[in-house]
Design a protein. Sequence first.
Length: 365
Amino acid sequence: MSIWDKIKNELIDIIEWTDDSSNTMVWRFPRHQNEIKYGAQLTVRESQQAVFVNEGQIADVFSPGLHKLETQNIPILSTLKGWKYGFNSPFKAEVYFVNTKNFTDQKWGTKNPIMLRDAEFGPVRLRAFGTFALKVTEASKFIKEIAGTQAHFTTEEIADQLRNLIVTRFTDVVGESKIPILDLAANYEELAKFILVKISPEFNEYGLDVTKFLVENISLPSEVEQMLDKRSSMGILGNLNQYAQFQAANAMEAAAKNPNGNASSGIEMGMGFAMAQKMGEAFNQKDQPQQGPPPLPAAAQYFIAVNGQQQGPLTLVVIQEMIGQGKFTKETLVWKQGMSNWIKASDAEDLKSMFAILPPPLPAA
């Protein structure tokens, strides 16, 4: 530092910071031997806080406004520097300006794919990325925990630590959510909210707050996406036989418009579409169910009421045995699928014939 710079700094009694960058979080006010005059004016602008550090300890934090450095305005520093005894000489202290604005468009993303188990596809690898915004909410804590004594601290110097924290919590949330891979895109907002809840307490430990968190994309490896594209294409094609017929019709229309075309090329094209049609028929027949007789109707089964208790379902064979044993009578209440209410056994079409083959009761002795 030149002699003139030293003299000029000692004459300056205005302490302020105007930030031309977009990524500076902390800036230390430069002053020869950190000397600050009694009565100096401190200007703290909106989205700033000024932190005074005396002999390695944080002495005071100033909010936005114009502050005159006198005894009544800085009682802590006054006690430390002995100003209460009327000392008007310069004192030594470091002044750190902390930027409290929102730092937007901070990037996060997975350096390596994360392994997850999906119910439909089994083990899969995912990549994800997005953006977030953060701001300093507690200037003194941020300086203690992160910035330290650096004269110039930027977002890039903490970006890696924050990204690692986000990716770790993102992996936990996605793994615990059990959301199918194909449904993740419909749940970006919900995932972002869960992750924000997870990471906020850990950012607060550094004096930071996450004001916005966005999940922009979650993707599968390129080779897996290619297979999904093929699967989607097959679903869009649908009936391969109809698709082949449609292509053949387009080819014939094009040939009709060009009567001077090569005849052999037309024949080869027709043979190609005929083969495609046969393949389509084979695929469609494979997808169609086998022709055969319909399944046999299911045997009727009844629920019965015995001493106020429901029993069943019972087949007709079992009911026939119970009738023979005298455990089932015409008055027994029965019900089966399709009935609206319980009815007497004698009123059920399936059961009334069973009672007709029973012998009449023996005559009284």
